[in-house]
Design a protein around this ligand. Structure first.
Ligand code: GLN
Length: 393
């Protein structure tokens, strides 16, 4: 057989998605890949039912259905305090995943450097490889996941073309403070780099923290491309609806990449999702409250089980520290992946090994998410409790 591309050798399948497959194989409770187990809002489902017979069922405009782009321009424009042109500054993609991939392919030449904070959402590694870019990693240092401004400036000094900022951050749950975003913005301006944000958890932020849009900070709109998604905000991860918003010169070019990658996001789903974008502030407050309750319930239960963990400021991810397990003789020499596989087999709870997010050799975290109904969380916690009892034997 002829050889496959060299590109392909440089990355594996997504560990997050692989854990879902293993979880399904063992009929485990899947707290690995982050998605909710509850329904989208009824209004969106009703709209979907109508679309089934009323259409559209054929391609939408490649760049996104005009009504969806208009609604996104309104919503994002309001959030960042400026008028966004739906014709030239908004592109609808197949999920936030395609938004990030398209923009990376739009701005990167082979060999360009892109700054990525570590730990990072694993897609950015593959995005960089597929677009020919070389990542420069800057650590977000546990337990507070702060970054060192000197290290960040040193990364820009290496000639970075862009920086990726996932805010709220997956998997740390960090919500970047305004002063941190301003610092990133100042350095990006000084060293003339793009800022690519991934804001798919923008509506899952817990008080007293609040979400600041990089693109809304003074002077940053023209170098910031905001990638986001409807997946988490409206509980429709399977619909694959994402978007990017940014300056027209960049977005007009990203449209070309998108067009040849996917042609477009599913037309019927774009139509139905428009209903969600008309929701008022109550909807977003309700979503935040729902996840806040889940966060507190889950984190307090982990405390009672004696499992050390991070408490997210935003997103629905918790990193559980498994160091105490790895110190026991029966786990000697284990990787976090082996630990996760064992956890699925023995306790039927799926997590993501933390090492798939870290550039540094970190082996002592597993990532769990709490986007599950109370009953499912209770059962998962019961099983995790049995696992935690090993520590007291
Ligand atoms: N962001 C989700 C996670 O980290 C998954 C997104 C995806 O699989 N496309 O689990």
């Amino acid at each position: 057989m002829p050889q496959l591309s060299r590109r392909i050798e440089k990355f594996t399948d997504s560990v997050i998605r692989r854990m879902t497959r293993i979880s399904d194989e063992y009929d485990a409770i899947n707290l690995s890949q982050g998605f909710p187990d509850f329904d989208p809002p009824k209004e969106i489902l009703d709209a979907l039912a109508q679309v089934a017979y009323g259409g559209p069922h054929q391609y939408s405009v490649t760049y996104g259905a005009p009504n969806l782009r208009e609604a996104l321009a309104q919503k994002h424009g309001k959030a960042i305090g400026r008028v966004v042109d739906p014709e030239t500054e908004v592109l609808v993609t197949c999920g936030g995943t395609e938004a990030m991939m398209s923009i990376m392919m739009t701005i990167c030449n082979p060999g360009d450097k892109v700054i990525v904070f570590s730990p990072f959402y694993e897609n950015y590694g593959a995005d960089a490889i597929l677009s020919g870019a070389d990542p420069i990693y800057v650590p977000l240092v546990p337990p507070n996941f702060e970054f060192d401004p000197v290290a960040l400036e040193a990364a820009f000094q290496q000639g970075a073309k862009a920086i990726i900022v996932c805010n709220p951050s997956n998997p740390t749950g960090k919500v970047f403070r305004k002063d941190e975003l301003e610092l990133i913005g100042r350095l990006a301006t000084q060293y003339d780099a793009f800022i690519l944000t991934d804001e798919v958890y923008e509506h899952i932020v817990f008080p007293p923290y609040h979400h600041v849009h990089m693109a809304g900070l003074p002077g940053l709109y023209d170098r910031t491309i905001t990638c986001s998604s409807l997946s988490k905000t409206y509980s429709i991860t399977g619909w694959r609806l994402g978007y990017l918003v940014g300056p027209a010169q960049v977005v007009e070019n990203a449209k070309k990449v998108h067009d040849f990658l996917t042609v477009g996001a599913p037309a019927p789903l774009q139509e139905a999702a428009c209903v969600g974008l008309k929701f008022g502030p109550d909807y977003y407050l309700g979503l935040q409250t729902l996840y806040l309750e889940k966060r507190d319930y889950f984190c307090q239960a982990l405390d009672r089980l004696g499992l050390k963990h991070t408490t997210p400021q935003g997103s629905y991810f918790v990193l559980v520290d498994i160091s105490d397990f790895l110190k026991l003789p029966q786990f000697s020499g284990w990787t976090d992946l082996e630990f996760c596989e064992w956890m699925i087999r023995e306790y039927r709870v799926a997590a993501v090994p933390g090492s798939s997010f870290f550039r540094e050799p970190v082996n002592n975290f597993i990532r769990l998410h709490f986007a599950r109904s109370r009953e499912v969380l209770d059962e998962a916690l019961y099983r995790l409790g049995k696992m935690a009892s090993i520590l007291n034997q």
